[in-house]
Design a protein around this ligand. Sequence first.
Ligand SMILES: Cc1ncc(COP(=O)(O)O)c(C=O)c1O
Length: 441
Amino acid sequence: MNVVKPLSNQAYEAQWMPFTANREFKASPRLVQRSEGVRLWNQNGEPLIDGSSGLFNVAAGHGRKEIAEAVYRQMLENDYTPPFQMGHPGAFALADKVAELLPEPMNHVFFVNSGSEAIDTALKMVMAYHRARGESQRLRFVSRERAYHGVNMGGTSLAGMVRNRETFPVVMPNVVMLRHTWDEAQAFTRGQPETGAELADDLQRFCEAYGAGTIAAVFVEPIAGSTGVLVPPKGYLERLRAICDRHGILLVFDEVITGFGRTGKAFAAQTFGVTPDIITMAKAITNGAIPMGAVAARDEIYETITGAAPENAIEFFHGYTYSGHPAACAAGLATLEIYEREGLFEKAAELSPYFLDAIWSLKDLDVVRDLRGHGLIAGVEVHPEPGKPGLRGNELQKRLFWNGCHVKWTGDTAIVAPSFVATRADVDEIVGCIRKTIESV
Ligand SMILES: Cc1ncc(COP(=O)(O)O)c(C=O)c1O
């Protein structure tokens, strides 16, 4: 294969990189030049195994020709259609397919371009729903400590990860936080912790402290992913659902990571047997090939909002120039077809016990503080360097790259999430590389 010559450092300056230590990176860049299956190739032509399937979005593996060809055909046939007061067949077809995968009664899908847009869209849907029902006094939103709901202003307002919000204090008012569900006493629990369901009662306390009729919605990730994989305690999501039902509060599951098979079923809502009112999704919808996200709503939410507007009037004053872009829809349709044809959600479920066994084999390493996981996602948390949280994780992420493995770290936790086409040998390679790299620090 061709080896790409590293650019001069000057050439890296123009791009202000997201969520990256720009100065450190530009002094010693890590570039990916090619990707295929579960492999990436760096700027020196050396292979890496992809231990996080990109950012947990490349569920069917890299370089899927079916997706590339579908996008190419679509671009030649119709490259763009305005999504307002017009449509194109692909967006309707993809909405139907997503609705087939969703739990009942969720059959309405609004397209956006990212997880962050999905969250801000969901916030507006909640507001529009309560307004349509004459309950505009429901102004308070409930989120959770350690939550990651993207980076737009709505999502930043719901952010429970301190670094994502402390620089940006001008956020939506009236957001209150449930406690997170991590408990040191539960360290090394595989799957759902036995205790902790009572943490959902924070919501009941908010109802008593603020008045349940002032609360609009609760946003939670069923498995909190970006903070380092916090699996919900048994009974926790059920308890949130029951409290929401008692008080007319909407329950929103942010399934941007868990959506499309990560827990072995299409959505974590199905895996955990709890149906929310709204689901946000993004990552695996196009297998990472084209930016896209979506928000699914219960039928009653769609019908209430549309029914409240005068006939012939726009019902929901919201949307993006690129909502349901034809190329993204073509990629989405091709992706969902691959998931179905290759039984990839079932494959994820089948591989999960082997994957979790492999992750738990790291328990003997002294530096490992906790292991958590469910389905094909696991957190490997290491003890922080004294007084320097995140430093060890950053160092390990860099070393892993040069040792031949991509794993996304958040602070001192690795988020390991292979693609669903990974084999047992691939899992061994990923975990072997993590062990070797941890042992080297
Ligand atoms: C749960 C969750 N919500 C929202 C987002 C934001 O998605 P995006 O980066 O596509 O805006 C993410 C991204 O990691 C996420 O994990």
